[in-house]
Design a protein around this ligand. Structure first.
Ligand SMILES: [Zn+2]
Ligand SMILES: [Zn+2]
Length: 349
């Protein structure tokens, strides 16, 4: 079968990938569509170290082809959107509704694929850039069949991360004030999460003025090209500031823009050795700085919720997809993503 494979030197589309049968608790999924996220390109450029050879892709949707022993929540023919969270479902963190904190989710890449008899790694417990992949039962979430799979493919990364940060981590409440710094794939989903949560004012900040229309479409009530203007709109500060760029200067700015009891949520990814500075005194008035992994999501609950909100026209998915490419055109899709020509490209199979 076809897949996008990175061998440590180059990334290319191969057509001789093989996959084993699903084992106990696993689901074999026929991928229909998969979003191209920067994390896939980060594997290729070395920012995310990963063992090779590896099949890329980590946000996808498709149709269940087969289930292994013990899987009862989905059946062949069901449409599913996939999460990247292969949480165990049985530890104390999973048990208290924190699957993103499951210690068994990271650092144990599986090898369900092979090429010419040699095993091939799976990226992010997912590898959606293949005609078929195998995921754990907890990762396959049934969605209504009337949702286009090209749109459902995006739920598993950007939407879970951005909307989840608002609803699960920050717990934005009706009437709260929100600032979103950076309106890329995550920022747009933070904007629509804030709209869904009922925030009274949602300020989008992006240095690219061409982003204003799409930011407003996703929920921004105001648009600024610099954080400097935020105080003019919120003289006492904001309840929630989401940093979606990964800039240490903007992390400091986010903290300085907080109102009393406000919270800064860090979603951008600075380099692992970057240091940010801030005045501890600026936090004394019950302010906090929050990290957030994968939208603090509970995929079986959240993906089903977001699919519902999409059908009620309250969550935008189609608008996130700016281009679709047959998988053979991966190189063009990667080039478009690298140069910012698309908000989100989706590969189809
Ligand atoms: Zn991603
Ligand atoms: Zn667990």
């Amino acid at each position: 079968m076809k897949a996008v494979l990175f061998d440590g030197e180059q990334v290319r589309v191969v057509d001789d990938l093989e996959i084993r049968d699903p084992g106990p608790g696993e689901v074999l999924v026929e991928i229909a569509a998969a979003g191209l996220c920067h994390s896939d390109l980060s594997v290729v450029d070395g920012t995310i170290p990963f063992p090779v050879p590896v099949v890329l892709g980590h946000e996808g949707a498709g149709v269940v082809a087969a289930v292994g022993p013990g899987v009862g929540h989905v059946a062949p023919g069901d449409h599913v959107s996939l999460s990247t969270l292969a949480n165990c479902g049985a530890c104390a963190d999973c048990d208290r509704g924190r699957p993103t904190m499951c210690r068994r989710t990271i650092g144990r890449p599986g090898r369900p694929f092979s090429r010419a008899g040699r095993p091939v790694f799976q990226f992010a417990a997912n590898s959606a850039f293949a005609e078929q992949t195998i995921v754990k039962a907890v990762q396959a979430v049934k969605i209504p069949a009337d949702i286009p799979l090209t749109s459902a493919a995006l739920i598993g990364c950007g939407v879970l991360t951005g909307v989840g940060a608002v609803l699960n981590r920050a717990r934005v409440d009706r009437g709260d004030t929100v600032v979103v710094i950076g309106t890329g794939g995550i920022g747009l989903n933070v904007l629509q999460g804030a709209r869904i949560a009922g925030a009274s004012a949602i300020v989008a900040v992006d240095t690219n003025p061409a982003k204003e229309a799409v930011a407003r479409q996703f929920g921004a009530t105001d648009f600024l090209d610099s954080v400097d203007g935020v105080r003019g709109l919120f003289p006492t500060g904001a309840d929630h500031v989401f940093e979606c760029v990964g800039s240490t200067a903007l992390i400091r700015a986010a903290i300085e823009l907080l109102d009393r009891r406000g919270q800064a949520v860090l979603l951008g990814m600075p380099s692992p050795t970057a240091q940010a500075s801030f005045l501890p005194a600026s936090l004394f008035l019950d302010k906090s700085v929050l990290g957030c992994r994968y939208g603090s999501s509970r995929p079986q609950h959240d993906i089903a919720l977001y699919a519902d909100l999409y059908r009620q026209d309250r969550l935008l998915l189609d608008e996130l997809v700016t281009a679709t490419y047959p998988v053979e055109d991966f190189a063009k899709a990667a080039d478009d993503a690298k140069h910012g020509r698309v908000a989100r490209g989706v590969l189809t199979f």
